[in-house]
Design a protein around this ligand. Structure first.
Ligand SMILES: [Zn+2]
Length: 123
């Protein structure tokens, strides 16, 4: 279950960032995850709920996930197309030579923390 590694990496970044900001607790964390990462949402939620307990800062934090659907460009004809995890062939010319433009993201989009002054971090 590679969600464990993902969650631990994210929690580490979240906790470091929250600590630097002087947060007293993390309220929520928003992620953007590409379908090509093959993350199972149920597993991610489960692992999050287990590992967030490891630090009082994230003990009650909520996880929100935004899906990114894969999109590729054909190297033969230049066509850009949306696809799922399994269909990577160019729909215009049938070429299997394609370059992934998006769909492998694994980013923290924003996080909401509470401090004594109550401000929000994020982009
Ligand atoms: Zn093509």
């Amino acid at each position: 279950m590679h969600e464990i590694g993902i969650v631990n990496g994210i929690l580490k970044t979240v906790i470091d960032t929250a600590r630097e900001a002087g947060a007293s607790r993390v309220v929520s964390v928003k992620l953007r995850i590409g379908d090509m990462c093959e993350v199972v949402p149920e597993s991610l939620d489960f692992v999050w709920e287990v590992f967030r307990e490891d630090d009082p800062l994230t003990g009650e934090s909520e996880l929100e996930v935004e899906d990114v659907h894969p999109r590729s460009q054909c190297l033969a004809c230049g066509e850009e197309f949306d696809h799922d995890r399994f269909h990577l062939r160019c729909p215009a010319c049938g070429s299997p030579q394609t370059r992934l433009l998006q769909g492998r993201e694994l980013d923290i989009v924003s996080m909401e923390v509470e401090t004594d002054d109550d401000f929000q971090l994020g982009t």
